[in-house]
Write a protein that binds this ligand. Structure first.
Ligand SMILES: [Zn+2]
Length: 74
């Protein structure tokens, strides 16, 4: 989904909008003006925030601790 982040040049508010096409006409939802500039897309940057502590457990045989070569847990 092509969600882009925009900033209004009129009221300086930032907002996200789902757009189609390379040069869409986007109006500011705060003031209704069309004087907006497109910022970097943030849809992919928000995904990588989750920790992968559980997914990396494939190399760890020990379920009692996080070490890959655990000698205390057996
Ligand atoms: Zn505005």
């Amino acid at each position: 989904m092509p969600i882009f982040e925009f900033r209004c040049r009129n009221c300086n508010q930032e907002f996200e909008k789902l757009v189609f096409g390379a040069d869409p006409e986007v109006e500011c939802p705060h003031c209704g003006q069309g004087k907006v500039e497109k910022l970097m897309s943030v849809c992919t940057a928000k995904v990588g925030g989750k920790l992968t502590s559980t997914s990396s457990g494939a190399s760890s045989s020990c379920t009692g601790c996080a070490a890959t070569s655990c000698s205390t847990c057996g």
